[in-house]
Ligand binder design. Structure first.
Ligand SMILES: *Cc1c(COP(=O)(O)O)cnc(C)c1O
Length: 389
């Protein structure tokens, strides 16, 4: 459906685009919010006489079109694509850009599901990959195979160690070798960081996290700035069909509208939590890109508006104390995922990163990860104090 209307033209500041881009009040009813178009098909006015280009809801659905326009606008891209999950977005992008025999450079601390996709699924179809430390530009140059590396894949900040990669520098390295730079922008969200404006070619999101923001929907997105690439992605989105339904699009779009105010509160609360943990005797190290001693602080200060809502810390007393802190917390809910309004706590070594135990990607056993929510900050600090005993 290359002739789909994708209204990405709304201008203005970030919040204005997040609220208005992609949708004009419905011409027949004036509905201010995109209706949930629970329809699989559309009446044609004579054979091939499509209204607004809509033919079948795998190809396009108006609730999805509105979300896709808003996603493109907040990332400053040309076109956005809503997908059924973050991993569905990644798989669709890979099939749109890579062929058997091609090669991809991956972060050596990639999101576990991303690593599994490349290592256990794409590899079986002949796509090779090399994990590398993306904060080391020479290592990235050395890992690139000229002529066959199609993608350099960056996450920044990373999970759970919050390492920071230099988007502008990595875009230059990738482009010098004829490859594209893909940035998984899930942790920062488009409010804090817009990789396409720094030279990246594609932005990937798990909209399940900050964009949706309420832990009530799973989704993914791709945003691109090149129209030829957009055509390839559009073709694969429709041909593979890993698309979200209209209810999911409605929830994700509703979340996106408040992303700016939520992220500012996530950041405010994370800064207070970091300050508290830094002074707590039971904490041996706090990992947060906003701390001047964090190795990625300088790059993060250049490319991010603020430092985000994710915080990791190490606990005196090792794994047992880290596990105990996770289990004693009450306002911080023990659970995986991140980016919702509610605070979450987890033990990466036993939970999100259990699958990399015993490998180079293993995380410290005394590490605790927080997704700092937007509750009353004092309640979060009191809860952490209790959790740390
Ligand atoms: C959760 C996550 C994904 C995968 O997204 P799903 O929506 O769970 O498929 C990809 N990248 C990052 C950084 C994530 O946190």
């Amino acid at each position: 459906m290359s002739d789909q209307p994708h209204e990405t033209t709304a201008k203005g500041g970030f919040e204005t685009r997040a609220i208005h881009a992609g949708y004009e009040p419905d011409p027949t009813t004036g509905a201010v919010i995109p209706p949930i178009y629970a329809t699989s098909t559309y009446k044609q006015d004579g054979v091939g006489g499509l209204r607004g280009g809509y033919e079948y809801s795998r190809s396009a659905n108006p609730t999805r079109t509105a979300l896709e326009g808003a996603l493109a606008a907040v990332e400053d891209g040309e076109r956005g694509f809503a997908m059924a999950s973050g991993l569905a977005a990644e798989d669709t992008l890979v099939r749109a850009t890579c062929r058997p025999g091609d090669h991809v450079v991956l972060p050596d601390d990639a999101y576990g599901g991303t690593f599994r996709l490349f290592d256990k699924v794409e590899k079986a179809w002949g796509l090779e990959h090399t994990p590398v430390d993306l904060t080391d530009l020479d290592a990235v140059r050395a890992a690139i195979r000229p002529g066959s590396t199609r993608l350099v894949w960056l996450e920044t900040p990373t999970n759970p160690l919050l390492n920071v990669g230099d988007i502008e520098a990595l875009a230059a390295v990738a482009h010098d070798a004829g490859a594209m730079l893909v940035v998984d922008n899930t942790f920062a969200s488009p409010y804090l960081q817009q990789p396409l404006t720094l030279g990246a070619d594609v932005v990937v999101h798990s909209t399940t996290k900050y964009v949706g923001g309420h832990s009530d929907v799973v989704g993914g997105a791709l945003v691109v700035r090149d129209l030829e690439l957009a055509e390839q992605v559009a073709f694969h989105q429709n041909s593979i069909g890993a698309v979200p339904g209209p209810f999911d699009c409605f929830l994700t779009h509703r979340g996106l509208k408040t992303l700016g105010v939520r992220m500012d509160r996530h950041c405010d609360n994370a800064e207070k939590v970091v300050e508290f943990l830094t002074r707590h005797p039971a904490v041996t190290q706090v990992l947060y890109p906003g701390l001047p001693e964090h190795p990625g602080h300088e790059v993060a200060s250049r490319q991010m508006k603020r430092y985000g809502g994710m915080v990791a810390f190490r606990v005196a007393g090792g794994e047992q104390q880290a596990l105990a802190a996770c289990e004693r917390a009450q306002v911080f809910t023990l659970g995986e995922s991140l980016g919702g309004v509610e605070s979450l706590i987890e033990h990466p070594g036993r939970m999100t990163h259990a699958s990399v135990a015993g490998t180079d990607l293993e995380v410290p056993a005394d590490l605790v990860r927080l997704s700092v929510g937007i509750e009353t900050a004092d309640d979060l600090l009191a809860d952490l104090d209790r959790a740390l005993g």
